[in-house]
Design a protein around this ligand. Sequence first.
Ligand code: C5P
Length: 412
Amino acid sequence: MRIVLGVGGGIAAYKVASLLRLFTEAGHDVTVIPTEASTRFVGTATWEALSGNPVSNSVFDDVHLVNHVRLGHEADLVVVAPATADLLAKAATGQAGDLLTNTLLMAHGPVLFAPAMHTEMWQHAATRTNVETLRARGATVLEPASGRLTGADSGPGRLPEPQVIFEAAMALVQGRSDYQLPLAGRTVTISAGGTREPLDPVRFLGNRSSGKQGVALAIAARNAGATVRLLAAHMEVPAPAGVDVQRVETALELREAALAAAADSDVVIMSAAVADFRPAEVSDTKIKKRDDTADPVITLVRNPDILQELVEQRNASRAGAGQLVVGFAAETGDSQGDVLAYAEAKLQRKGCDLLVVNHVGTDKVFGQDSNAVVILSRAGSEPQEASGTKTEVSEAIIRRISFELNHVSPRA
Ligand code: C5P
């Protein structure tokens, strides 16, 4: 497929290199048309090297090829990313001052705009009108992602992740012009990693959770179009781009963060390994080895069950009626019952809507890249199995969650 990739003059232009790679790796022939302003962020050499095609933003280069007409005519798809406020305005008013705007006027195939700009520009009446005009003419204008912007501020205006733009573009050429990412407009809160319960200033009780599953879920939810809040306890992997990250240490900190974030979330996924107990006392100073006193005995107290509290908060709030609460369970079977029997009992006890069950052995699950799970539903549908890499398993879990949200009626 022939794709024209228009690059607008915004800082997010650097992310479009990844989008270009996704297109070329999928076998598409991409011609990049950067605006003059965008080349102050990313130079044409980058686009030439990555696309393997010549790059120009002038109607006066290679005039004999009549590029200002030909590129738009021949393109099976035109994607503009980042679509700045300026580019949206020029496209909406039919301006033709450079090669990209000429190409937009000549495009015969579908056109996709992936906006990125400051929140106030996105929300400005002028931009709203331009977006409506473009949509009314049949162009697809994606919603920008929410989150951290270039400065310290945050809000809607981030360029959607390259994977999100890629998937929307592919859906568009397949004729699904009404295509919406399955979690578009949804807020998903995900806890990840393992809590650490301090004993003294240098020691803690921890667990082996790496955070890989939670991070993979955050990426899958983000790629499905959701605004993602990642509540990150201790993790061995970095937090992904394009999600809001809040760091937490202990179960009590996670509880506070989770209950607050859940209040306006459509989905809450508790994939963190939360310590069931914490030391009853935390020493202000390092506990010393001493020959003149007995060795210390650590007394533990129980941590609150956050998942259960999230379900209670959801059930108590009318606004939360449609919220989906998802728990994780790492189970082993024994002579009293198999893994699924224990998991089923846990699902009923905790009251969450879905429970993702891992079968744990000593070398399984923790820190591994692959996983096999069963998804149990409180509504009683058949247990669903998913296996593969943690990425694949996460995508299956997010697909299931999207299905529950979009096709299953809200919980009473
Ligand atoms: O009871 P168990 O720890 O096996 O349950 C696991 C599920 O409960 C996970 O989703 C975990 O994140 C959550 N959990 C919790 N608060 C705790 C313990 C576990 O939310 N104190």
